[in-house]
Write a protein that binds this ligand. Structure first.
Ligand code: IFM
Length: 447
């Protein structure tokens, strides 16, 4: 067994998101988000769950920060809820909401943990949805107004910002398949949603630069490598299409200032109008790319199947409990493709982790060895990518603790800490103990 040592300043972190952990979404003057509405609509979420309590992090954050400190976590990727700060999405500021994030950031810094703040992790203010949400081009200004408030309030202490989390999931799950808020099924709208998010991202990056704040800003994209099921021309064309849709629709405009030609050809008249200057704005240079990686996908051409005429071909085991293929090579491929195709920007893995259904045994031990193996193997793949030149500077494990896993509610557990939702007791799982050890050694073993 060899210890794979990471570079000296490699950041070891965990990631969470506001609606998934905070609970009390309407407390202290906050307004409703689309996820509040969506989860309170019968039939949308497994088990009828919602984020009303979640992990009660809104009240228990000191305990959660102490837990991170005990594990040696160096960086914490969190998100701020737009609805706590601007209950109607724009205009009137709710000071109590800002105060909460102020206290949270202070407590993190006191614990020696560096905050990495994501401004949008899906909890859009409902009032903005009522005006069309991300289908409305005015969203770019509304998002920038909110982002600027956060920069003004926190950038003296927060030096790492992420504009949006996984805009492709917002497009696809939220507006094509309707499994996420706001529950739309409209490819025409979805493509506008993709574009408007990207413009909002670029505009917020410009506002950050104009503010003169110290620090760095980037975006978190979920990279989803696509492979053709066979060598046939049709399957290969299909994989190029799905790659354009999931990955290059976001990577190309940000890093190259253009949309992938395949997507334009494929979606034809559904393609949104691109305003003059939009692509310049979208491609405003960022300081780092956040890579969220979970699994790759093998696709075959299937006429009439979805907008992309593609079928996912299930691969042999292993899979996580969500049926997601376990493929550390996919992470290696994703990092290397950013390196070779997009100029090797500074990268963080801003999410990576696995869903397994595990609980404390009679001795209170959560022996989540499958998750531990998943994390170890993915860190080893990340290490290999660094050795091959990828400019990867940190890893934020998804996720610190079990939480509200969107349409799956609380039935799906990604945490390295178990949460008992009846008592709110936190129990660090074996994977969490292992992660603490990896941090202390700044490395993982290769097996
Ligand atoms: O829980 C989510 C997270 O909010 C966004 N990325 C994927 C995770 C697991 O599904």
């Amino acid at each position: 067994m060899t210890l794979l040592t990471f570079p000296k300043n490699f950041v070891w972190g965990t990631a969470t998101a506001s609606y998934q952990i905070e609970g009390y979404p309407l407390a202290d003057g906050a307004g409703p988000s689309i996820w509040h509405r969506f989860s309170h609509t019968p039939g949308n979420i497994r088990g009828g769950h919602n984020g009303d309590l979640a992990c009660e992090h809104y009240r228990r954050y000191p305990e959660d920060i102490a837990l991170m400190k005990s594990l040696g976590i160096q960086g914490y990727r969190m998100s701020t809820a737009w609805t706590r700060v601007l209950p109607e999405g724009r205009g009137r500021i709710n000071e109590a909401g800002l105060d909460f994030y102020d206290r949270l950031v202070e407590a993190l810094l006191e614990a020696g943990i560096t905050p990495y703040v994501t401004l949008y992790h899906w909890d859009l203010p409902s009032d903005l949805q009522d005006m069309g949400g991300w289908t409305n081009p005015a969203m770019a200004d509304w998002f920038t107004e909110y982002a600027s408030i956060m920069f003004t309030r926190l950038s003296d202490r927060v030096n790492n910002w992420i504009t949006l989390n996984e805009p492709s999931v917002v497009m696809d799950r939220g507006h094509v398949f309707g499994q996420h808020a706001p529950g739309m099924r409209d490819i025409w709208a979805a493509l506008r949603v993709a574009h408007n998010q990207l413009v909002a991202h670029g505009r917020a990056v410009r506002a950050f630069r104009a503010s003169g704040a110290d620090g760095e800003i980037g975006i978190a994209l979920n990279l989803h490598p696509q492979h053709a099921a066979t060598n046939s021309e049709e399957d290969r064309a299909c994989a190029i299409r799905t790659d354009a849709y999931y990955n290059r629709l976001f990577m190309d405009p940000i890093f190259k200032g253009e949309y992938p030609a395949e997507a334009l050809d494929w979606f034809g008249e559904a393609w949104p109008n691109i305003g003059p200057g939009d692509l310049d704005e979208i491609s405003t240079p960022i300081d780092f790319l956040g890579v969220n990686y979970y699994f790759p996908q093998v696709v075959a051409h299937k006429a009439g199947q979805g907008a992309l005429h593609s079928e996912v071909v299930r691969q042999p085991a292993p899979h996580t409990d969500l049926g997601w293929q376990i493929s550390p090579e996919g992470l290696y491929d994703a990092l290397r493709s950013v390196q070779t195709e997009y100029g090797n920007p500074k990268m963080f893995i801003t999410e990576n982790g696995a869903a397994f259904d595990d609980y404390p045994d009679s001795d209170g031990v959560v022996a989540d060895d499958a998750r531990l193996d998943y994390i170890r193997a993915h860190l080893a793949a990340a290490h290999r990518a660094i050795s091959d030149g990828a400019n990867l500077q940190g890893y934020f494990l998804w996720t610190l603790m079990d939480n509200f896993e969107w349409a799956y509610g609380y039935d799906v557990r990604f945490g390295i800490t178990n949460v008992d939702y009846t008592t709110q007791k936190r129990t660090v799982k074996r994977s969490g103990q292992w992660y603490a050890d990896a941090i202390s050694r700044n490395g993982v073993t290769d097996a």
